[in-house]
Design a protein around this ligand. Structure first.
Ligand code: AR6
Length: 164
């Protein structure tokens, strides 16, 4: 089942939540900052031990104080106009997050709109990729939840899901 909700991903009760991280796993602003603040310092320690995550790939950690049990940290591309393999890299970020979740026996997972904040990826195109990859993995999960931080994002996801 694919669902969409407006909310703060740090409060979601799916088994895993996904973080839109950077390649140095160093934390930052946006959803990354919110997740580390809510989870506590143990997650950052784990990220430091892992070290790096290339764009389009994903790593997994515990979740500190969060309700979710695991955090999957993935790195989406920085939007540079669309000619630098951004769509493929965003697709990989979603796919590798799903694969890592599946390998870890996770049955429910929440995603933010990866790359669409600081990294500047156009929101509609990014949501299209997110939903398409979601359908590829739908059968492997009880719930795939897309968390929208704004009404604008919520509308975009709802339209894509309704027009399918
Ligand atoms: N819950 C759900 N979504 C959120 C939350 C939240 N608490 N906070 C923000 N968003 P961004 P990126 C939305 O910038 O573009 C960081 O510094 C936000 O509105 O967090 O992938 C990292 O360390 C937007 O729709 O991630 C990287 O350096 C979406 O999450 C860099 O930013 C993604 O925005 C990654 O940039």
């Amino acid at each position: 089942m694919i669902t969409v909700r407006k909310g703060d991903i740090t409060r979601e009760d799916t088994e895993a939540i996904v973080n839109a991280a950077n390649t140095g796993l160093k934390g930052g602003g946006g959803v990354d900052g919110a997740i580390h603040r809510a989870a506590g310092p143990g997650v950052m320690d784990e990220c430091r031990r892992i070290g790096r995550c290339p764009t389009g790939e994903a790593v997994i950690t515990g979740s500190g104080r969060l309700r979710a049990k695991k955090i999957i940290h993935t790195v989406g591309p920085i939007w540079r106009g669309g000619g630098q393999h951004e769509p493929e890299l965003l697709q990989s970020a979603y796919r590798n997050s799903f694969k890592l979740a599946r390998e870890n026996g996770i049955r429910s997972i929440s995603f933010p709109a990866i790359s669409t904040g600081v990294y500047g990826y156009p929101k509609k195109e990014a949501a299209g990729i997110a939903v398409r990859v979601g359908y590829e993995f739908e059968k492997d999960f009880d719930e795939i939840r897309f968390i929208c931080f704004s009404d604008e994002d919520l509308k975009i996801y709802q339209e894509i899901l309704n027009n399918r």
